[in-house]
Design a protein around this ligand. Structure first.
Ligand SMILES: [Zn+2]
Length: 722
């Protein structure tokens, strides 16, 4: 896929300089000190004028890959994005960190368009998000040729391929755009593309000198678990109690979103539903409540969450089996975007599989399309039934071949135990045969466990010889065992005839004892999560500060009319709660606080944190607060002497506070207390003596003409400014 560049724009900078520049911008705007794996390589590749395809999982920092080049390129960067909500979110985010960005789509008013146009002309606009429909309009195409365009990024680029799972015909025309702009680098990005889709994207978009950047798809902070869906609502209630925070329950039907939300509400768990049957306004309100943390749980069809960049979603539950692995992985990827631990719970039943398979067969689509969809559904089923590492199933599916265990899926955390299941399989097969192949999975379990349900008695199944022979195993366990038997080919489901179980050519070998069957025991499947919450004293304080910061953020978000995560994400608030900075300069080291946000929110953050702290609790807090106290008094116009008197501290202590505050950019009126001339003299003396710490040798060297206090201040000036 790597071709030589056809034309390389005349750029006079070397890659190293790009790297430094990119890093400086990352710190300045985004407040991050390091790039995430893979980002810098993409940025440099683009800045050298090449095309590329970036496959990076959700939350991997995809947008930085085109936003940083956009800041470095002189002209405009166009970002093609299919979802208006996502566009608006990105634009708000960029504006909040001080980057000039705008969106152009079907909702843009004439005034907005005029404004965008003039910002393009005077070259103040750096990034313009455009919908595919808009960019394909002939008017816009010719407009593009008249402006100083530097770079085009195509986000969600899997939409260009019918192999992807959100095909958008408008995307296909972007290939011709690429040819119309031969000297502009194009970067395609997506979070989801299997091997076939990856190749198709590069072909459809006619990428040149293209390189594939494939980041690991592994989402290490998401723990995946699959459970048989028996009492799903009860399972969800227990899960939610054990896992507080924001979450989404994805359901297959509109009706079940409503039922689950209602069921949770009845159990005093606040939840709302969301589906396509609601009006746009109703949906907007639900989404808004979720984004603003007003409601933490939404039961929704898969359309929900697509344009949402909410970073603190802690879990995703799939009430039903998803249609394919792409969809599943995209949906669980909506959790944990802040990098904090998150969970995925998938309920699985064969019934869901049948319903989905039916959908596909009855759809109007062509046979080829149906075949692909069936194949994808089967891979999903295999994932649900996997006995090994689930992450590996996903990674291998996306072409990232790996066989080492992930350590964050149920099968890795509690590996199923293999045992001789011949007798168990014989019991099941015998019941199937003796019933005349009339049992569904549920009825077979009922027969084996000796249930006297009316259905069983009426059909005379309680007279079968194997009735009640499997009482020692729970319903959960039997379901697991039977599913395994199906997978090993000893039983099959007759989907055409009420999904009854039937024998297969392999059944006989087991029944007659010629075949040994190995089954596994999923010991953890039935085990429920227990709410565990041990809070240490230290965590208690952290928790207190975090909660305070969260309510401050919510207030800010409301007053600015943006989602809370645009102000700061949870990760930044967590870091603030752990570090509990007392001074502005300390905020620079907190991840996610760049220059603009430091200036805008810094003072308030410090205020919120300090108001929560008790100086008795921590020595460094005490120390920090004493500096802060001095600073406040100085700012209110008190002289060092007055501060010393008010605080009942020595004058030299106050001067050392002043020196420290000056060094840390917390106090700038130092030259009211020491002159430039005095600083110069101290500097000369210190250089001569080689003494930049102690005051007394300098004091003597200068014939006692400059006081100890002034020397102390002069040394701080030298330390910081020389
Ligand atoms: Zn694993």
């Amino acid at each position: 896929m790597i071709l030589l560049p056809e034309t390389t724009p005349d750029l006079h900078l070397s890659t190293d300089i790009f790297g430094d520049k990119a890093k400086a911008l990352l710190q300045k705007y985004y407040g991050y000190t390091e790039f995430r794996p893979g980002q810098l390589e993409v940025i440099e590749h683009v800045l050298e004028g090449n095309d590329g395809l970036v496959i990076m999982p959700t939350g991997g920092g995809k947008s930085i890959c085109y936003q940083i080049p956009a800041l470095i390129f002189e002209g405009l960067t166009i970002v093609v994005s299919p979802l208006i909500a996502l566009m608006q979110d990105q634009v708000s985010s960029l504006i909040s960190i001080g980057i000039e960005a705008a969106a152009l789509n079907s909702h843009s008013s004439a005034d907005e368009i005029r404004d965008i146009n003039s910002r393009i002309q005077d070259k103040t606009l750096k990034l313009l998000y455009v919908s595919p429909e808009r960019i394909n309009s002939p008017g816009f195409r010719s407009f593009l040729k008249t402006i100083d365009l530097s770079f085009v990024a195509v986000d969600e680029s899997h939409c260009v391929s019918i192999w992807g799972n959100d095909f958008r015909p408008d995307y296909v025309q972007l290939g011709s755009l690429r040819e119309e702009l031969p000297h502009i680098p194009f970067l395609a990005l997506t979070a989801t593309a299997d091997l076939a889709t990856q190749e198709d994207i590069a072909n459809q978009l006619r990428l040149k000198s293209s390189k594939l950047f494939l980041s690991s798809f592994e989402r290490k902070n998401i723990t995946m678990k699959v459970a048989q869906g028996l009492d799903r609502l009860g399972q969800i209630v227990r899960f939610v109690k054990a896992n507080p925070g924001s979450g989404i329950v994805y359901c297959l039907s509109k009706k079940s979103t409503e039922q689950v939300a209602e069921g949770l509400s009845k159990r005093n768990i606040k939840a709302l539903y969301y589906h396509a049957g609601m009006s746009a306004e109703e949906r907007r309100i639900v989404q808004q409540k979720f984004i603003s943390d007003e409601v933490e749980i939404i039961c929704a069809t898969i359309a929900f969450g697509m344009g949402i960049d909410k970073s603190n979603i802690r879990w995703v539950i799939h009430y039903n089996l998803p249609k394919n692995i792409e969809g599943f992985y995209q949906e669980i990827g909506r959790s944990g975007r802040d990098g904090l631990p998150s969970k995925s719970l998938l309920f699985f039943s064969y019934n869901d599989y049948n319903v989905l398979s039916d959908f596909i067969q009855k759809s109007e689509a062509g046979e080829d399309f149906k075949r692909v969809q069936e194949e994808k559904l089967d891979r999903m089923l295999e994932f649900a039934n996997a006995q090994g590492c689930r992450t590996n199933v996903i990674l291998n599916y996306f072409g990232e071949f790996r066989d080492k265990n992930c350590g964050h899926c149920d099968n890795c955390l509690d590996p199923p135990k293999s045992f001789d299941g011949t007798k168990i399989t014989q019991m099941a097969l015998s019941a199937v045969v003796r019933s005349g192949e009339k049992l569904t999975i549920q009825l077979l379990i009922d027969v084996l466990r000796g249930s006297h349900k009316k259905e069983i008695v009426d059909a005379g199944f309680d007279q079968i010889k194997t009735f009640g022979v499997g009482r020692e195993h729970t319903e959960f366990q039997w379901r697991d065992f039977i599913v395994q038997m199906i997978h090993k080919g000893y039983l099959r489901i007759d989907f055409v005839n009420q999904s009854v179980l039937r024998q297969t050519p392999l059944s006989e070998g087991v029944l007659f004892g010629q075949t040994k069957v190995q089954l596994v025991h999923f010991s953890d499947r039935a085990k429920e999560e227990k709410p565990v919450k041990v809070v240490s004293k230290r965590n208690e304080l952290e928790e207190k500060v975090f909660e305070k910061l969260k309510s401050w953020r919510l207030e800010m978000a409301r007053s600015e009319g943006v989602p809370p995560y645009i102000i700061f994400n949870d990760n930044t608030l967590k870091a603030l709660a752990t570090e509990r900075p007392i001074f502005l300069f300390e905020l620079e080291d907190i991840t996610g606080i760049g220059e603009v946000k430091l200036k805008k929110y810094g003072e308030e953050l410090i205020e919120v944190i300090n108001s929560t702290l008790d100086p008795k609790e921590h020595k460094s807090v005490k120390q920090g607060l004493t500096y802060l106290e001095t600073k406040k008094l100085l700012q209110s116009g008190k002289s060092p002497d007055e501060v010393a008197a008010i605080r009942n501290l020595g004058l030299s202590t106050i001067y050392s506070h002043i020196g420290y505050l000056y060094e840390k950019n917390e106090f700038d009126k130092i030259f009211d207390l020491v002159t430039h001339d005095e600083v110069e003299r101290v500097h000369k003396s210190a250089s001569k003596l080689g003494e930049f710490v102690k005051t007394s040798p300098i004091y003597e060297d200068l014939n006692e003409e400059i006081s100890y206090e002034k020397i102390r201040l002069a040394l701080s000036v030298i330390k910081k400014d020389f």
